[in-house]
Structures are given as C-alpha cells and as structure tokens.
Write a protein that binds this ligand. Structure first.
Ligand code: 3H9
Length: 700
C-alpha cells in the first residue's frame, strides 16, 4: 500500500490498488470545520481529476465518525466552502464514494454519510440528526436525503426527536446499507473492495424519490407546535422535510431558507450556550485533580431527598448503605426507593434486571456505626443546624480515615458543619435537587477547608450519576436557592402590587418556564418556603420590611400547602389547577394591611421585573465569587430550576437585554422600592465598559 498524502492538517488520502481512502482526523469529534470541508473538497476533486482510484472510502480516525458541523463556527462569518457544496460535490462524484461510520455520525456528519453512495456502519455506531436540540435543523441536505432513503415518517421521528439511532435500526430503515465489525480503516478497505466486486451496491441519494402524506405532515406540524409552543425550529424542520418530494436542488433551497431562519434566532444561541455550558462547568481545575475512592456510599436519611439520592447512586451502580434512626422510617425509605426504581423501569430508563441488581446493592440499617466502611457519606436529614452538627460530630468518630463527609443542605453553612469534625478537609456540600434521581443539577459546595481531592471526587460523583456538577461557595442558599430567595420575593411584590398569582404564572409560562412560580410553590409544598422565611426572620437574615405578613404566609397559616393538601394558590380537586378564590380574599386583606392600592400590570412588566430581579442577584453571586463564572449560574438554572433552555440561562438572557438597560430598569424600579431594588456593582461596571456576561465567561 502506498503512503498516504496529507491534503492538509486534518485530511489525508491513501491508496490501495484501485481504492482511495480519505481519512478525517480532526479531534476531538472530527467536526466539519473549515479545514475538513476544504480538505474533502480538494481530495474529491483531485481523485476525480487524476483517475487514480475506482472507488473512494471516507472514514475517520479517533473515537468517532464526524459528530457534526463545528458548532464553534456558528454565529461567525461563514468560511467557504460550505458543507452543502462539499456534500453536493461528493454526491456528484463520478467515482463512487462510500462512508464508514463508527462512534456517532451526527448532524453534518450523518449528512456527509448521506451524500455518499453507500454507508457502512460498524457495530455500536449510532446515527442521528440532533440539530433540533441546538435550535436548528439539518442544513446540509439531511432533511432532503434522509426522507429519500428512509421515508418521511421515520425521518420526521429522527429529526424532530434529535435522538441517536442504533446502526441496526438505521439498517432496517434503509438509512445505512450494512452493519459490520472491525476497525474503520480495515472496514473501509473491505467495503471498497466489495464495491469493486459488485457485492455492495452504490447509488446517488438525490436520484431517489420520496412521497408525502399531506395530512400526516399537517398533523405532525400541529403536534410539534402544541408540544413546543416556544420553539422555532421544530416547525421549520417539518417545512423542510415536506420539501423532500421536490427535486433535490429545489428542496435544498427550502432547507437552506429554513436553516438560515433558525440560525438567526436567539434560541439557537441560547441552546448552543446550553450545550457548551453543560460541558464548561466541569472544565475547571477544581474538577480535574486527583480523586478519592467512590466504591460505596452512605446516605443518612430516608426521606424524599435521601431516598432520591440513594436511588440515583443505585441507578449508577454504586452500592449504598442507607441509615435511618428508626425501623419504620427506614422501611418507608426503602419503599420510596423501590417505587423510584419501578418508575425508572416503567419510563424505560432501566431494565427490570437492572432494577433487581440495583436493589440488591442497597443495605438499609438503623445503626450509624455501619457507615464505618463507606467512602462517602451524604447526610440528607432535616434542615436544622443543630441536628446536622450532631450527625457530623458522630460521623467524625465512625467513618474511616479519608472518607468524604457531605451534607445535602440547601442553605446551611458548610463551614460550621465542618467545624464539628476534626477533619474539615473531608467535608463539603453536595446539594441535590428534588426529585434527586431525576433532576440533573448537583451543586458541589466548597468549604473553607475542603481538600482539593475531596472536591474533585464531588465532580466525579456527579459524572458517575449523570449529573451536571457545578462548583459553589458557601453562602445562605449557595448559587440557586440564594438567587431564588431574592427573585421569589419579587413575584410576591408583583402580586401585592396588583397582578393575580395566575397572571404572574401565565406571563412566565409564556416566557418559557414550564410552570409559573405559584404553581411550582404549590407542587413543592408552600410550607418549605414558609419555614425558610421563619428561619431567616429568627436568624435576622432577612430584614425586609415589605415582606412581613405576606400572602404566602397567610396561605400557609390556613394549612394550605399546595398540591399535597389539595389547596394552595390553586385548587386541585378536579385535577387541573384552578385559581383558589379564597386567595383573592387573603390578597385583598394583605393589600389593605400594607396600604397598597392595586394597579394593573402588563405581562411584559411582570416578566421584566421577575427576570431583572433574578439577574440582579445572579450578578451579585458572580461578583462575590459564590459562582465561578456566569455560565455556572446559567447551568444551575437550566438543570435545577426549569429555566427555559432555549434562553440559555438568566445571564445569557441578560446579555440579550444589555447591562445598561438592566441598570436603567433597576433604577426605575428603585424609585418605588429602594430597599429591594439596588444596582449590583458588577452590572454598573459592565454598563460602563460595555462588557457582557459572555465576555466574563471568556475572561475566567
Ligand atoms: C450541524 O451539524 C449542522 C448541520 O446540519 C448543517 C451545517 C451547515 N462542534 O460531548 P463531549 C466538543 S449542528 C464543536 O464531551 P462525548 C465538545 O464541546 C451539530 N465541538 O464528548 C467537547 O469539547 P471540550 C450537530 C464539539 O464523548 C468535545 O468535543 N451535532 C462538537 O460525551 C467532546 O465532546 C451535534 O449536535 C461540535 N459539533 O460525546 C453533536 N461536538 O473537550 C454534538 C462536540 O473542549 N456533540 N464537541 O469540552 C455531541 O452530541 C457529543 O459531543 C458527542 C460526543 C456524542 C459527539
């Protein structure tokens, strides 16, 4: 075999008899950046011109076939050649071109494969068109070529879900032509030889035809619009796929227009920020150092949180020793864990065999001494400092040397907890979000004395559990609950000042939240916020006069805690929530007591005040270092608080408004309430020097 020639840094061409092998080597995921596109164009052109090969096979080096267009290039001026042009050129090639797929062929990567004349997948490979998850649609022929190969109904499923499809399913549907075993290069040579020997057929996808059922397309469009009322790209995906019945060049024009329309939306930018943000939060030195063992975990507390945390560990294959003070509490905990695992089986998250194996890894006990051999203890008991202090004092005498002692506290001072031990270096916060086996956020709270390897182990745990670990420093509420504590009040002020709880919920749901704050409160239990407010009052942490005697307190004092009592801001007797008419009476009373004359408020004003409050406290959290960077705050809200992903997070959204406008808004609101509305110093500086939160992310 002749030596291979480098076309450029990322593309090489080798020859073996009549076979030319084009290798793409662009780590980490062989994305089709400019160099890949340019190199492919040059390689295909020269092979067609010099006639040195009778068949061309494209394969990739490294862990995967091409995983898509290079997302980092989006939003920057386009660099020729375009991917679509290169793929057209491949499809038009006089010499047959085949593609060898290993790992994941996603987005532009699968579109590259679709433009070749046959696709061979290596066992374990997956294909997919996940552009919709980035607010886009397949923009290099995916909406046109996949329907020609596999039909419109299946293409709609794949493109609208963005799911990764196993090679075997793709074979069954005609999206790939063969599934085989071997190394990419060897498979490329064998498959190319089969083309030469007439054993693997090749054809141009563009020459195939597909048929549409207009009613099915209309129904799908209605369904996606109902399911994703806020999202722009699903409708555009359907529009582009519908055009696949046209000749390819005409269909491509429709696809192009739809793709550009999606590219221009802020949703694309928000969703791509979310994609990179999810990865960026653990791309920090604190997450990367040496770690400690994590072979066995102890969980203290079999309530909702403790059971959820235990479920999460068991689902990840980590054995857990669950501790409760008494047998009945322990039995309840085990029952909840069993129910959680059964739920995971019925949702298709795990097989029943795996469920049985997970339950076999659970060791319930009422003896705290049984924690002597675990590597990590997560305490998840009642939020009372005195109880936590007592537990950590005991753990200090029970746990083995080097074991990590973590608290799942949502608010309390980790340093005070650590001080109850003679090993504060082993203590940190691991703040899970309820339900802990479902919610993906894990705040990893660094105490003043937490050792680097204990902290890095927190990140390793997050990874093992499939969670998004975000570093937070100690303060009341850490990143998320501290910010929530601030903007939660503004929702109460908006209601006191004139809006109804339902109007606030409706306005914020229209903004993109799955549920407005009053519905969330009813779901989580209004008593939780009540207890927190009482505690803060007792500790003098919340000297906010306007907040005394609120509607929320009055509702709780009636014993209406939301869904669990059938009554809260809404009534749940008939299933769907309907506004609780008695809340109106309590609201009138509250306003009278506070001397407030209610005034009408627009939905836009509600959203602006709510978001400005959230952004203000988020800016302070970045300013004082509670969060390392703005992106950390954004990921906390996307993965823990149901913030609309397409808006990227509160601080990504803040950049779409601009610091100067935010400062102006706060100054206007402060005329009514100077105590609550204060301009964070960071925002003031950003307004002066024109920096954005995106700039701060880059700087750190
Ligand atoms: C598209 O193709 C549009 C076209 O239709 C039309 C064009 C005209 N670009 O996730 P990982 C980075 S849209 C740039 O940790 P894994 C990632 O940031 C695209 N970078 O690994 C990370 O960097 P770092 C459609 C990318 O093994 C590193 O690679 N395609 C891209 O857990 C490793 O990633 C997609 O949406 C990219 N496209 O998962 C696929 N992809 O090390 C998106 C990854 O600096 N990618 N990076 O943090 C994925 O789903 C996963 O990365 C993948 C690997 C499954 C491939």
């Amino acid at each position: 075999m002749a030596e291979s020639t480098q076309v450029n840094d990322v593309i090489s061409v080798g020859h073996d008899g009549d076979i030319a092998l084009i290798c793409i080597d662009n780590p980490p995921v062989n994305a089709t950046g400019q160099a890949v596109r340019q190199g492919l164009e040059e390689a295909i052109s020269s092979l067609n011109e010099d006639g040195s090969a009778k068949v061309i096979a494209i394969y990739c080096a490294g862990r995967t076939f091409v995983a898509g267009a290079d997302i980092r290039e989006f939003g920057k001026p386009p660099q020729p050649p375009s991917l679509s042009d290169v793929l057209d050129q491949i499809e038009r090639s006089e010499i047959p071109v085949i593609s060898i797929i290993h790992g994941t062929a996603l987005g532009g990567g699968f579109e590259l494969a679709l433009s070749t004349h046959a696709r061979v997948a290596i066992k374990g490979a997956r294909i997919g068109l996940p552009e919709i998850l980035l607010g886009l649609l397949p923009g290099a022929g995916g909406t046109q070529r996949l329907p020609r190969l596999a039909g419109i109904p299946w293409s709609l499923d794949v493109i609208l879900s963005g799911r990764q499809v196993k090679a075997e399913e793709a074979l069954e549907k005609g999206a790939v032509d063969r599934v085989t075993e071997g190394e990419p290069r060897a498979v490329a040579l064998a498959a190319a030889q089969d083309v030469l020997d007439g054993k693997l057929a090749t054809r141009r996808t563009a020459e195939l035809k597909t048929e549409a059922n207009q009613k099915a397309l209309d129904d799908t469009l209605a369904m996606v619009t109902k399911k994703n009322p806020h999202l722009f790209s699903p409708g555009k995906c359907v529009e582009a796929i519908a055009a696949s019945t046209l000749p390819l060049d005409e269909g491509m024009k429709v696809e192009r227009a739809c793709f550009i329309a999606c590219m221009e939306t802020p949703q694309r930018s928000g969703l791509i920020h979310a994609f990179f943000g999810e990865r960026a939060v653990s791309n920090i030195p604190e997450a990367k150092g040496d770690t400690r063992p994590l072979a066995k975990v102890g969980v203290i507390g079999g309530g909702t949180m403790g059971s959820g945390i235990t479920t999460s560990c068991l689902m990840a294959g980590i054995p857990v020793r669950l501790i409760e003070v008494a047998q009945d509490g322990l039995d309840r905990g085990v029952a909840t864990i069993t129910k959680n695992l059964d739920g995971a089986v019925s949702r298709g998250k795990m097989s029943s065999d795996k469920r049985d194996a997970a339950l076999a890894m659970l060791e319930p006990s009422i003896a705290m001494e049984d924690l002597a051999d675990v590597d990590l203890v997560i305490e998840a008991v009642f939020e009372k400092m005195e109880i936590k202090k007592e537990i950590f004092g005991k753990l200090d005498t029970i746990c083995k040397e080097g074991a990590i002692l973590a608290s799942n506290t949502s608010y309390l001072d980790i340093n005070k907890i650590a001080d109850m031990t003679n090993r504060p270096q082993d203590v940190l916060g691991l703040h899970f979000f309820s339900p802990a086996h479902v919610m993906r956020l894990l705040e990893i709270v660094q105490g003043a004395k937490t050792a680097p390897d204990a902290l890095a182990t927190g990140f390793q745990l997050a990874k093992k559990l499939g969670k998004v670990g975000v570093l937070a420093q100690v303060c009341d509420g850490f990143i998320g609950n501290r910010i929530l504590g601030h903007y939660g009040k503004v929702a109460a002020y908006i209601v006191q000042d004139g809006a109804s709880p339902q109007q606030v919920d409706d306005a914020l749901e229209a903004f993109g939240f799955a549920m407005g704050p009053h519905k969330v409160g009813d779901l989580a239990g209004l008593d939780i916020g009540y207890m927190t407010r009482q505690r803060k009052k007792e500790e003098g942490l919340d000297p906010d006069e306007r907040y005394g005697g609120t509607l929320a307190d009055k509702i709780c004092e009636k014993g209406w805690y939301g869904r669990k009592t059938g009554k809260g801001y809404y009534l749940y007797e008939t299933g769907a929530p309907i506004p609780n008419p008695e809340v109106e009476t309590l609201l009138a009373e509250t306003r009278a007591e506070l001397g407030i004359e209610p005034k009408a408020m627009s939905d836009q004003d509600i959203v602006d005040r709510y978001m400005t409050a959230m952004i203000s406290e988020a800016a302070r959290v970045v300013e004082d270092g509670t969060a390392k960077r703005p992106v950390d705050v954004d990921m906390v809200f996307l993965f823990g608080y149901g913030f609309p992903r397409f808006r990227g997070g509160p601080l990504h959204y803040a950049d779409t408004i601009g610091a100067a406008e935010l400062v102006a808004r706060i100054e206007t609101y402060a005329k009514e309430d100077p105590h609550y509305w204060q301009v964070p110093e960071l925002l003031r500086k950003m307004a002066a020097d024109g920096r954005t939160f995106a700039d701060l992310n880059k700087e750190s």
